[in-house]
Design a protein around this ligand. Sequence first.
Ligand code: BTN
Length: 251
Amino acid sequence: METSKSFYKNIIQIYEVDSTNNFASRLISENKGSEGTIIVAKKQISGKGQADNKWESEDGKNLTFSIILKPDFLEVACQFMISKMVSLSLMDFLKNLSIDNISIKWPNDIYIGNNKIAGILIENSIKGIVYNYAIVGIGININQTQFSSGIPNPVSLKLIFEKELNIDECLKEILDVLETRYTQLKENKFKLIDNDYLNSLYNFNIWASYIYKNQKIMAKIVGVNKFGTLLLIKEDATTIECDIKEIKYII
Ligand code: BTN
């Protein structure tokens, strides 16, 4: 691809790999992983999801790729900004396709209605108080129409549009919006990113049921703190802060 944009300069296309995130990590350890390097694979043998889950994707049907970032301009304490920025980029991509009802299910699942279309796995490396690198892994369902029963609420662009999409075109569009959002981060537009993220959150400011520490509760999401912890208010007006292992959405 001929372009001046930095995310297109080094795109590595692979047919088969264990995980594009692992490939990126190996590149970095060999000093070959410069900022903006993209690794795209048609097939992942051990695609990784969040919380030690697997990421399943039918060979050649979807986008599974990783981006190497070196956000040395960002305080390590602000690393959740990367997660917000990437989630918003995927939302922007879907909005540009005129899809309605898109949201970010905290911390960074991308939903259309009640169905998951994309997932993000970010692996950070910190050296002391300085950012070393972030490997941003993205899986987005494009042309897959059948999913194994273990995957909760999946959807793909083909299921929405009832036609195949060009996967390379989708990648190009995602890289465009990612570059825009990453630039916002570099320009310290934290407020803009924070507001856009909060306003895109699934269930934001509405009462809904959750399983919290193994108990069913009614609560309202009211925010996300700097470290990415979810803040909710319960019916008895007490607030709770939770990490990903402590709360389950009831969808
Ligand atoms: C999740 O929602 O659980 C996160 C899924 C992340 C999947 C992508 S696919 C490309 C990259 N390589 C991996 O092994 N995982 C991420």
